[in-house]
Unconditional design. Structure first.
Length: 304
């Protein structure tokens, strides 16, 4: 008889180092908290270091002796991503690509990319490529966090900046589909290279997190009406990515999400991404575009 997977199932993580993006609130904070409780060293990357230090202190209050380091990283700004990678030379065991924004007012990144595509996808793509050689320990993993919204997404190769559409929800869905296309293509390339690194993915279902703060006023109003009736806590929403990051039986290419109705809430289990997420031609094209836009080339062979 099986039981629902919980943080009690996380093995002892003493001696292992996790880098969690967007770790000062929501899923990232809960991920950092759970890992610290199991003895991991957690590098918490944040845009606002004051907020990050406050989050770290909150964890230390619950987990005396928690081994935490707060580092500044703005994933929307590729210059910040490069500066972070150049200044971070420690080996890591697991990279958790968690940070994200959802349906904010239209804006562009410092490099001129639609802000959600820049933050949710391009920043994590670049970060992963720049840190790949630091993942050199037993059982190294990259965990990329997507969303149920990926199922409504498409990649706007003809309009990546949103000059014509400017739909915040459509571009959020695009970025979350990009997360899965990237994670699955990364898994294929790592396997082709016989790399020990594994690429896994997760989604939190419907979880009440700080993402609502980044939404434009119209969508935030609608979301706030629905949240009390449709969501689970951030701690529950973080379980799929925690399982992907720590479960001894998790395998490269797996995607974890809640086991409840329509994957909205529940215990974390392997789930199936949309057919679009498994489109290898789209994945290869997105990979090429992402390398061009970020200037980051992975030391991995292309898939066929």
């Amino acid at each position: 008889m099986t039981h629902d997977w919980s943080t009690a199932d996380i093995p002892d993580q003493s001696g292992r180092v996790f880098l969690v993006t967007g770790a000062n609130s929501g899923l990232g904070l809960e991920t950092a908290r759970a890992l610290a409780r199991r003895g991991a060293r957690v590098v918490m990357t944040v845009r606002n270091t004051a907020a990050g230090e406050a989050a770290a202190e909150a964890i230390r209050a619950e987990v005396p002796g928690a081994d935490l380091e707060v580092r500044r990283l703005d994933l929307a700004d590729l210059d910040s991503v490069r500066a972070f990678a150049e200044g971070f030379d420690s080996p890591i065991d697991v990279l958790v690509n968690n940070a994200g924004i959802m349906a904010p007012p239209f804006s562009l990144s410092p490099q001129g990319h639609e802000i959600q595509f820049a933050t949710n996808h391009l920043g994590h793509f670049a970060l992963t490529g720049l840190l790949l050689d630091r993942l050199a320990s037993p059982d190294p993993r990259v965990v990329t966090v997507s969303s149920l919204a990926h199922g409504h997404g498409r990649i706007f190769f003809d309009d990546p900046v949103g000059e014509r559409r400017r739909s915040p929800v459509a571009y959020y869905s695009q970025s979350k589909l990009a997360n899965l296309l990237f994670g699955l293509e990364l898994d294929r390339r790592l396997r082709a290279a016989s790399s020990p690194v594994t690429s896994l993915m997760a989604h939190p279902g419907f979880s009440s997190t700080g993402l609502l703060r980044s939404m434009n006023a119209q969508w935030r109003f609608i979301a706030n009406l629905l949240v009390p009736f449709t969501t689970q806590s951030p701690a529950a929403g973080a379980l799929p990515q925690l399982r992907a990051a720590t479960a001894p039986d998790a395998e490269g290419g797996q995607y974890f999400g809640p086991d409840g109705k329509k994957e909205r809430t529940g215990a974390p289990v392997p789930v199936r991404a949309s057919a679009e997420a498994h489109d290898t031609a789209t994945a290869r094209r997105l990979w090429d575009v992402s390398e061009e836009l970020t200037g980051v080339r992975f030391p991995l062979p292309a898939t066929t």
